[in-house]
Design a protein. Sequence first.
Length: 125
Amino acid sequence: MSDFLKQFGEDLEKNTPGFIAVSIAEIQSGISYYSLSVVPDFDPELASAFNLEVVKAKLNAISALGLKNQVVLDIMITLSSQIHIIDVSDNNMYMIYLAVDSTKANMGMTKAILNKYKKEIAAKI
């Protein structure tokens, strides 16, 4: 598993324009399985912990509203100079948190890379 996650992080860092940081966490427990940041003062595990609350709130809202057959695919938060993407695994068990520089990001490429790994993360963790 750790080789897979290390490869995932290296691929994101290498192939994602504007890459800042990534973290993979279990939604229910909040356990972080992997994190990587190219910015020394950016803590992806801390950011992931706060964003887990956003995912949990959205999952609770879907349930409370009785929205059958609806799942969270991703949540995107646009800041003044960064884009934060929260991508939820198909089984709603894991979250990928990714931060990129908004002036350098290519969102099509970023989403393609995340989608490539999203299915594998649910199967391998």
